[in-house]
Design a protein around this ligand. Structure first.
Ligand SMILES: [Fe+2]
Length: 378
């Protein structure tokens, strides 16, 4: 996968983007109701409006949007000739902005229905993605995930054409995240990094991204949650999230995400929360085939005991994850989210159905294994 986005990062860079707006005729600005009212964002929108003749503002992207939601947004926009798309928000907003960038390009004959049928786009408008959470890494992945309510599931539209021209990592934009969102999205980024690093189809490029991201995350996740004004930690988390997305583009996630999707799709448990619950049992399950890689990850912990054997380090890493989820005050049991034993048959079958990710687990997974992991969480 070739990622050639230009990355602009650091405090205050929203003030330095005029050159990206020059000679633009029609900008689509995509965000959501929480983000549009942040003073930094409303100032930025005003600057765009002062510079570009036509700006269409879409500020109501819902969380975890369905294909119906995106169709409604497109109908409302009634645009087919934008020359710049700017997305500012969490993963849902950025996924919608990526879709809009291929659907609203001049003379496009691609529709959302065709994308859902697997038709690949070939062109897009220039695009700028600006994340306001540090977790999904959507700005670095070729994926846009939409809910398909008729099937109680989600579908990914995947095309490298959707990767943006510019990514802006602006730490002060993530200050407004409530603590529980910073914690759960941070665990989502951790899962992307760890799963990609241990994936069946991992490779040296993805491994490199994963290790850089994990080190940044270990040093900054808890700092960024405890002290919202710690902009160095906030920026490190944006980088960790970006590297997680870049690792996904090269290797892909596996067990945690496969088992997490049905918890989101049918029971609407927030993605990062479902991942936090699944992290420890899934890592316990694959530990014996990932001792070398777990030990490499362990060595990146700020207080790693480098005298341990690899086997000991792999166990210590799983224990670290258990303590981390606890320290971040995230749930560790499905019962806390009202999932009962009656839900297990559906969850097991739905997780096994996520074949692309199940095939990426570095160990053979049986129906019994998946059931045992869910059962251990009740
Ligand atoms: Fe994720």
């Amino acid at each position: 996968m070739h990622i050639n986005s230009t990355i602009l990062s650091g405090q205050g860079i929203l003030n330095d983007l005029h050159y990206l707006l020059e000679e633009r005729e029609h900008v689509l600005f995509i965000t959501d109701q929480n983000i549009v009212n942040l003073p930094l964002v409303s100032d930025f929108i005003k600057k765009v409006q002062d510079t570009v003749a036509v700006v269409t503002l879409v500020d109501d992207v819902p969380p975890e949007p369905s294909h119906h939601d995106v169709t409604n947004l497109l109908n409302k926009m009634k645009i087919s000739n934008a020359d710049l798309v700017i997305g500012v928000g969490g993963g849902s907003v950025l996924d919608v902005a990526k879709l809009v960038s291929v659907l609203c390009v001049k003379n496009s004959n691609v529709t959302l229905e065709l994308l859902l049928d697997g038709i690949k786009p070939t062109r897009r408008c220039t695009s700028i993605l600006i994340p306001t959470t540090a977790g999904t890494g959507s700005e670095a992945t070729p994926n846009a995930i939409l809910a398909i309510p008729e099937k109680c599931t989600k579908q990914g539209i995947i095309s490298p054409v959707m990767l943006p021209d510019y990514v802006c990592l602006v730490p002060e934009l993530t200050i407004s995240m409530p603590n529980h969102i910073a914690s759960s999205t941070g665990i989502d980024a951790l899962c992307h990094l760890i799963e990609c690093f241990t994936a069946n189809i991992s490779n040296a490029v993805g491994d490199n991204y994963a290790l850089i991201g994990i080190e940044k995350l270990f040093n900054s996740l808890e700092r960024s949650v405890k002290d919202k004004t710690d902009l160095e930690a906030k920026l490190n988390m944006l980088w960790a999230s970006y590297y997680g997305g870049a690792a996904i583009a090269h290797a892909g996630t596996h067990l945690v995400h496969a088992m997490s999707y049905p918890l989101g799709g049918k029971y609407h448990i927030p993605h990062g929360v479902a991942n936090a619950i699944l992290l420890v049992p899934c890592m316990t399950f694959i530990r014996d085939v990932a001792v070398d890689k777990f030990s490499q990850i362990y060595d990146l912990l700020p207080d790693a005991d480098l005298t341990l054997t690899k086997e000991e380090k792999s166990h210590a890493l799983v224990n670290y994850f258990r303590d981390l989820v606890k320290r971040l005050a995230l749930p560790s049991k499905l019962q806390e989210l009202n999932i009962s034993p009656d839900d297990l048959p559906y969850l097991v079958n739905a997780a096994l159905d996520v074949k692309r990710l199940m095939n990426n687990v570095p160990k053979k997974v049986s129906k019994h294994d998946v059931l045992a992991i869910y059962q251990s969480l009740l």
